[in-house]
Design a protein around this ligand. Structure first.
Ligand code: SAM
Length: 293
């Protein structure tokens, strides 16, 4: 759906949704166990997974069950194919990153309103984009477009070095507060995430270069600063194309022995169009238009 269509559709939500907070008060879990990178939840039995989530993460059995069902769909659809990424999906309480009115659809195969005219991407898309960059523990990963914070929460279960930039200041602040509240409840893994409110077109040079970059807003070209901040042999996943009609590309940077840099592109959906919210531009502290050429 195009951003403008989305805004039209969301108009009825008026200020309520735009100002709403994520649904943190629904079931206030409190994790007491230290985060364990080697712990893998059950993946073949729904009841066993729910039992694991209740005992290890003190989470709501209702959402644990829904998470397990969506997990099965992601595996069947080949949106996730690596045990570490599967684990990361199962570890993230998506319901904590959704607005209250959307809680009944927290695990639906859909993007959802998060206020400010933008969305949290659907779980299948997040799964496939994350699987494509396949972050390894210790790698530096940059996300452009923090939004709800769900994507970076997912990444924080794969590496301890996640950097994420959001252009909409009140959204960046709200998501920072969500992470802080979750950390206070024992979700130590979100300490792996460093956040910033800025225009992500220019990357984050002080924290680069990055092993992996994931862009969650659509643009008609690959931003040169992001390509520059990608390490040799790094991987970027980015929606590229005209407004509302992007293709999700995997960009692989390779450096030959003589130092020559080459860039290979492939389409992670074999040509399917996936519309994203626009890659907007910050001018003198105000969001003005987009970075499209
Ligand atoms: C599809 S949404 C967010 C999805 C997000 N990854 C999540 O997990 O909820 C894309 C986000 O990109 C942000 N965005 C757009 N242009 C940007 C820019 N130039 N720099 C940083 N963020 C930008 C939007 O404000 C929006 O929050």
């Amino acid at each position: 759906m195009l951003r403008r269509d989305f805004i039209k559709g969301a108009a009825g939500l008026a200020g309520a949704a735009l100002l709403a907070s994520p649904a943190k008060a629904v079931y206030t879990s409190k994790i007491t166990k230290p985060y364990d990178w080697t712990d893998y939840p059950p993946t073949t039995d729904r009841a066993a997974f729910v039992k694991w989530g209740v005992s290890q993460r003190d989470e709501d059995p209702k959402y644990l069950g829904e998470r397990f069902d969506r997990f099965g769909a992601l595996v069947r659809n080949k949106d996730v194919w690596d045990k570490r990424v599967e684990r990361a999906f199962l570890y993230v309480p998506r319901e904590e990153f959704c607005l209250k009115p959307n809680l009944p659809r927290a695990y639906a195969s859909a993007f959802l309103d998060i206020g400010f005219g933008v969305t949290i991407s659907g779980p299948h898309l997040v799964g496939r984009m994350t699987s494509t960059i396949d972050p390894q523990k210790g790698e530096r990963v940059l996300e452009v477009g923090t939004g709800s914070g769900y994507q970076s929460a997912f990444l924080a279960n794969l590496t301890d070095k996640v950097f994420t930039i959001e252009i909409i200041k009140p959204l960046a602040e709200r998501t920072r507060a969500t992470y802080d509240a979750l950390i206070a409840r024992g979700y130590e893994e979100y300490k792996h995430i460093t956040t910033k409110n800025d225009d992500g077109y220019y990357g984050w040079a002080e924290n680069g270069p990055f092993d992996k970059i994931i862009v969650t807003c659509g643009i008609d070209h690959v931003p040169p600063p992001l390509l520059q901040q990608l390490k040799p042999d790094g991987i970027m996943v980015i929606p590229v194309g005209p407004p509302g009609a992007q293709r999700v590309l995997k960009i692989t940077k390779s450096t030959a022995a003589d130092g020559q840099v080459t860039v290979a592109r492939s389409d992670i959906y074999n040509g399917k169009i996936v519309p994203f919210v626009p890659f907007t531009k910050l001018v003198d502290g105000k969001i003005v238009g987009s970075h499209n050429n």
